[in-house]
Design a protein around this ligand. Structure first.
Ligand code: ADP
Ligand code: MG
Length: 238
């Protein structure tokens, strides 16, 4: 029997195969007047069951990079390889909840749109409730977003991202609109998901929060200028 993988042992185990491999990723935006390099030869890999932070100041290319990981945007050069297929849930800075739907209905809507994550319709409600429970909101399924605090709204958004049971959760500045204490609580919620087997890719301009992730890269002007964590530092052997 192997022990349950923990955040730290997994990240430091050199035998673990990466879940995501980013190789020589480049994104160039060309207009008639100029050619702007937004991402410049970015390579790294992300281990399963890790919390991976992408850090860097505003304009450094974090969202552009994340949009390549989710498939929202396509690279000019290089590639993103997902082991076992790209199945991601997305969390946004401004929550993007439907204001007229309750917390539970917001999660149910994701099940509706995502095909129920392989579950028959009769089990969707229970599944949505368990997602809310996972983020600490079991008591508020009937609240509207306006009846919840910012941190609670973001947790509903995390529950919604979990609805279809993705292996990877991608969050673009999910704490960017929250006060520091709440930001750390939402970070804790995301870190807790790693212990439940998810891989979380967390984008933030906040150095202090990024430093709490076991692996991270720091971007500046579209390049990796610093990295931390076993896999981020080594070139992946093939
Ligand atoms: P971050 O998320 O780190 O703030 P972005 O990835 O949003 O950074 O943007 C990186 C840089 O690329 C910025 O200078 C931004 O202005 C520029 N950029 C992003 N998207 C476009 C676009 N579609 N056209 C022109 N410039 C863009
Ligand atoms: Mg951004």
């Amino acid at each position: 029997m192997y022990p349950t993988p923990s955040v730290h042992s997994t990240a430091l185990d050199p035998a673990t195969k990466p879940l995501v491999q980013v190789e020589h990723l480049t994104r160039v935006i060309a207009t008639r007047a100029q050619r702007t390099i937004i991402l410049d030869d970015v390579s790294f890999s992300i281990l399963p069951h890790s919390l991976f932070a992408i850090n860097g100041p505003s304009g450094s290319g974090k969202s552009t990079l994340l949009n390549m990981l989710t498939g929202i945007d396509r690279p000019t050069g290089g590639k993103v390889i997902f082991a076992g297929g790209r199945h991601v849930g997305i969390v946004f800075q401004f929550f993007q909840l439907i204001p007229t739907l309750t917390a539970l209905e917001n999660v149910l809507l994701a099940l509706e749109l995502g095909g129920g994550g392989g579950l028959p319709r009769g089990q969707w409600r229970r599944r949505a409730l368990s997602c809310l429970e996972l983020v600490g909101l079991a008591e508020y399924p009937r609240r509207l977003p306006s009846e919840l605090s910012g941190g609670q709204q973001q947790r509903v958004a995390i529950a919604r991202a979990l609805a279809n049971d993705p292996s990877v959760l991608v969050a673009d500045e999910p704490t960017g609109n929250l006060d520091s204490k709440t930001a750390h609580q939402v970070f804790d919620t995301l870190a807790g998901l790693v212990e439940r087997g998810k891989t979380v890719i967390y984008v933030t301009h906040d150095r202090e929060l990024a430093a709490r992730a076991n692996t991270r890269i720091e971007l500046l002007d579209g390049r990796i200028v610093a990295q931390q964590g076993a896999v981020a530092m080594t070139e992946v052997a093939r």
